[in-house]
Design a protein around this ligand. Structure first.
Ligand SMILES: [Fe+2]
Length: 208
């Protein structure tokens, strides 16, 4: 089953794929395996593990579980100020969404959220380089949290505490990649944050 999703439009074209044994990805895409157990088979020879991402180019895939295909992220130019303004008009800033004082002036802009079964997703633009999100370790319930980098570069920083100087490790993200899990066997997280390295867009994924 292939389902076109509208939550990134008009900027990002995405397709949700489930139980699809014979599909060829169009052009240059980013394929994200959203299944927590089943691998995706590429061209019959390469196995993409659960909760990982890869770039594809006209690739035959077999998806026994759940996946998301991002079709056009490579064409988004965040150095173009017109593009940036369009994104900032359509996607809502954290301040617009919450009116919390801590979000005033923070350059994070979110698309609408979508939930399919156990998976909730939204796109996020960070319109300034070197801009960290808030440091946190709690989420909305027990979730597996992933950040999939789509445009530009970022990182997920692991911290000893809420103090910004307490970083002890960093997971680098370039376009078309996600990070290894940051939760432990009990589903607990260290203090962490997302940080833009350049202007960037990532996909935030929560899997229950
Ligand atoms: Fe988080």
């Amino acid at each position: 089953m292939i389902q076109r999703l509208s939550f990134g439009e008009p900027f990002i074209e995405s397709r949700y794929i489930q139980d699809e044994a014979d599909y060829t990805t169009p052009g240059h895409c980013i394929l994200i395996n959203l299944d927590i157990e089943k691998s995706i088979l590429l061209e019959g020879v390469y196995s993409l593990p659960p909760l990982t991402a890869i770039r594809t180019c006209g690739t035959h895939i077999q998806v026994p579980g759940k996946a998301l295909l991002i079709c056009n992220a490579g064409t988004i130019d965040l150095t173009d100020l017109q593009t940036l303004d369009c994104l900032r008009k359509v996607w809502k800033s954290n301040w617009e969404l919450t009116h919390l004082e801590k979000h005033r002036g923070v350059p994070y802009y979110k698309s609408s959220r979508i939930t399919i079964d156990n998976i909730t997703m939204n796109f996020c633009l960070v319109s300034e380089p070197n801009s960290p999100s808030g440091i946190h370790r709690e989420h909305d319930g027990k979730i597996r949290e992933l950040h999939v980098q789509l445009v530009g570069e970022g990182a997920v920083d692991l911290m000893r505490s809420e103090d910004p100087s307490s970083m002890f490790a960093s997971l680098s993200l370039t376009a078309g990649t996600t990070h290894i899990p940051t939760w432990d066997v009990e589903g607990n997280y260290p203090w962490h944050r997302f940080r833009s390295k350049t202007r960037c867009i990532f996909l935030a994924v929560e899997i229950r």
